[in-house]
Design a protein around this ligand. Structure first.
Ligand code: COA
Length: 159
């Protein structure tokens, strides 16, 4: 059984993440979305809120996707879940240096786990969770950037 982890902070999940989740889930038997609970950045949403939004946007459509919080090393979480693949999205060249370093570090820590990169949909290459939060905070339109449930939830946060 091929199990992959798609890790991130997802504060909040955006359409860019959703695109990667749909495509990655079609490539494996099980995709576990790993939600980092000890985020270095100051998160807007709690880990429970981030998980709930991910579940609301994926569970109905994708039967082989699970969402789970993790802390500590990603490779340890992957090993605990019997995952042999880490999935990351690449938005632009600017992501590459950091992602390469992370992939090489993780490979150094555990040789049984491979990182694969999916090219982000070109429509979302500018997108990040911070961009979404900033637009929402100033009352801008995030309709095309996040799933409807996320849009509604962020409205309640910034009201
Ligand atoms: N579409 C839209 N946005 C995307 C995206 C995509 N396809 N891919 C990444 N992003 C955005 C995210 O929204 C996020 O935006 P933000 O900075 O505004 O919040 C940003 O890119 C990067 O965030 P994320 O993908 O969540 O990664 P991260 O850099 O915060 O963390 C982990 C990545 C969780 C994989 C990493 O921190 C980790 O493994 N931590 C565990 C500790 C560990 O094992 N360390 C050793 C390995 S280096």
């Amino acid at each position: 059984m091929k199990i992959a982890i798609y890790p991130g902070s997802f504060d909040p999940v955006t359409n860019g993440h959703i695109d990667i989740i749909f495509r990655a889930s079609a490539m494996v038997d099980k995709l576990i979305i790993g939600v980092l609970s000890n985020v270095k950045k100051q998160p807007l949403l709690t880990v429970e809120e981030r998980i709930a939004l991910l579940e609301a946007t994926t569970h109905k459509y994708l039967k082989n996707v699970e969402v789970e919080a993790f802390s500590g090393l990603l490779v340890d979480f992957a090993a605990k879940k019997n995952a042999s693949i880490i999935v990351r999205g690449l938005r632009a060249m600017s992501d590459f240096e950091y992602e390469l370093q992370m992939a090489q570090t993780n490979r150094n820590l555990n040789k049984n786990i491979e990182t694969i990169f999916l090219a982000t949909n070109v429509h979302y290459s500018f997108l990040s969770s911070s961009v979404v939060k900033e637009i929402a905070m100033f009352g801008g339109d995030i309709n095309s950037l996040v799933p409807p449930v996320v849009e509604e939830y962020l409205k309640t946060k910034f009201m």
